[in-house]
Design a protein around this ligand. Structure first.
Ligand SMILES: Cc1cc2nc3c(=O)[nH]c(=O)nc-3n(C[C@H](O)[C@H](O)[C@H](O)COP(=O)(O)OP(=O)(O)OC[C@H]3O[C@@H](n4cnc5c(N)ncnc54)[C@H](O)[C@@H]3O)c2cc1C
Length: 505
């Protein structure tokens, strides 16, 4: 009888499968500090057919599979939950399949990164609109669609990347391959529309955190990049949370189309400058909060009108314009013209050695985000005892607060908040103590933020279970979701453990 490994090797060949200790451990981690388990096997398929075969074998043998794109999920979504199982690395599938220039639709393999896709599109004067997540240099389009990702540029205008989805090719957990939207009609040659031919089945796989199927091909709308753009950065006055809330609100009330608008609180500006992340602000005497916007237009007149409207709103709030050049402090220009929208986030994650961002990335409303930030300050004070225990070991107290706060489509805010702790370089028992406190604090913060009624776009392992554990889902909703999962995936082969659909294991 062939072993599981031999059966899988027969599908992908020797070169694209491994059970070596080093490889297994490399795939046991995401960017978060929690070790959930080490997989038995890592496999790198080349297409939907191979994935279908792999899933059929996994069903026969009752072995869980975790799909993984760039591995950037902040809540442990792309690594196994518990020891064992298979990690399905999608990054070998990273080609552009077809660009339909007439209908402005691109079809890609799901493992392609946002960076690679947009590099390809720019040769045609096109872009993806929403540029995916801030991790877009490594994160995959498949991961983005599985998370409703947003934040890597363009989201005030285009919203989350799932807004641009046209159709999907998906391998269902039991191995069948389907296509959605226009492609549900076998006579349609190329994808052109998401909605129709019955219910919006693509929606079932959007933001599913890899539990409903493996996305193999993804068709997205693409957009001609407008010929004109302007970008401005401002130093903010005191009470910047409330001021930025008012600016966001007026932008929406007046119906001004912005491409990006971002607010960075004082703390992140101060620490970032201290750690050399923002050389453009070195000259600033006061390292206060920053606000910036980017607008695009099809003519100079349209651009001027938008800029005038925005400046009136912002300068009326005692914000100070920093000047047109990046060297003047114009982060917005760097963000838009030099791929800063991705570099910015990648740098943040490595701000300090042993830095562990325990984040809470979610969507909320313009009205609520300043209140949530205040409540996080309160939460921090209430948890001083645990924070101080970490400080006794590391000599640094964890820092709570927010990362970039961005305007998304509609009245929605993309809120990154949480606390930054320290950990992984401390040896033995000390390391275990820090890990335990970090996890306890992190869950408590996620619960606190959830109770503000936020929406989690990325949930992975940790967040999907916190929502269930704190009873945030009404029973009817949870049971409906569970019955859909078990209908598609009776043995919970895909991402077993998420949302506690397979018990608490
Ligand atoms: C520096 C940094 C910045 C970030 N900035 C943002 C941001 O601005 N906005 C944001 O939304 N997130 C952000 N994130 C979180 C994360 O990077 C994104 O959500 C990203 O879209 C994940 O893509 P990925 O390819 O890395 O997915 P992975 O982490 O590999 O996977 C994510 C989830 O999708 C599933 N999955 C992956 N590929 C497939 C597939 N083909 N089929 C089915 N399921 C699949 C996985 O099982 C997992 O549950 C950031 C993370 C980091 C480290």
């Amino acid at each position: 009888m062939p072993t599981l490994y031999q059966k899988l090797q027969n599908i992908v060949s020797k070169k694209y499968i491994s059970d070596s200790l080093i490889v297994r451990h490399a795939y046991s981690r995401n960017v978060d500090p929690v070790l959930q388990g080490v997989p038995d096997i890592v496999i790198r398929p080349k297409d939907a057919k191979e994935i279908s075969e792999i899933l059929k074998v996994a069903n026969q043998e009752n072995i869980p599979i975790t799909p993984r794109g760039g591995g950037d999920c902040e809540f442990g979504g792309s690594k196994p939950i518990g020891n064992g199982g298979i990690v399905l690395d999608m990054k070998r599938m990273d080609n552009v399949v077809h660009l339909d220039e007439d209908n402005l639709i691109v079809t890609v393999e799901s493992g392609i990164s946002w960076g690679k896709l947009n590099e390809y599109l720019c040769h045609f004067g096109l872009y993806t609109g929403c540029m995916g997540p801030g991790s877009g240099m490594t994160a995959s389009v498949g991961g983005g669609i599985s998370h409703h990702s947003v934040g890597g540029g363009g989201c005030a205008k285009y919203g989350a990347c799932t807004n641009q989805l046209v159709s999907l090719e998906v391998v269902l957990p039991t191995g069948e391959i389907i296509e959605t939207g226009s492609q549900a009609n076998r006579f349609s040659k190329y994808p052109f529309n998401r909605f129709g031919n019955g219910p919006d089945l693509a929606g079932l796989f959007c933001g599913d955190n890899g539990i409903m199927g493996v996305k193999t091909k993804i068709s997205l709308q693409v957009f001609p990049k407008p010929p004109f753009a302007n970008y401005k950065t401002f130093l903010m006055p005191r009470k910047s949370e409330q001021v930025s809330g008012k600016i966001y609100s007026e932008i929406r009330q007046k119906g001004i189309e912005v491409y990006d608008a971002m607010y960075l609180m004082d703390l992140i500006v101060r620490l970032g400058c201290q750690e050399g992340l923002y050389p453009m602000w070195d000259r600033l005497k006061k390292k206060r909060a920053i606000f910036f916007y980017t607008v695009e237009a099809n003519s100079e007149a349209e651009l001027d009108e938008k800029v005038n409207q925005l400046d009136k709103i912002i300068e009326g709030k005692k914000c100070e314009y920093l000047g047109p050049e990046i060297s003047d402090g114009n982060m917005a220009k760097w963000h838009y013209t030099e791929q800063g929208h991705w570099q910015f986030y990648h740098n943040l994650w490595g701000m300090f050695p042993v830095f562990e961002p325990l984040t809470a990335e979610c969507s909320t409303t313009i009205e609520l985000f300043p209140k949530i930030l205040q409540d996080i300050e309160q939460w921090d004070m209430e948890h001083s005892e645990d924070m101080n225990k970490i400080m006794e070991i590391t000599k640094f107290r964890p820092i709570s607060g927010s990362g970039p706060i961005i305007l998304s489509k509609g009245n929605v805010i993309g809120l990154s908040c949480g606390f930054n702790s320290f950990g992984s370089y401390y040896d033995g028992k000390l390391h275990e103590i820090i890990d335990e406190i970090n996890l306890k604090l992190w869950k408590s913060l996620l619960e606190r933020v959830s109770k503000w009624g936020v929406m989690w776009y990325m949930m992975g392992d940790l967040m999907s279970r916190v929502m269930v554990d704190i009873g945030a889902y009404p029973a009817e909703y949870y049971n409906f979701m569970k019955s859909m999962k078990l209908t598609l995936d009776p043995k919970c082969i895909l991402s077993r453990g998420k949302f506690n659909f397979w018990g608490n294991s």
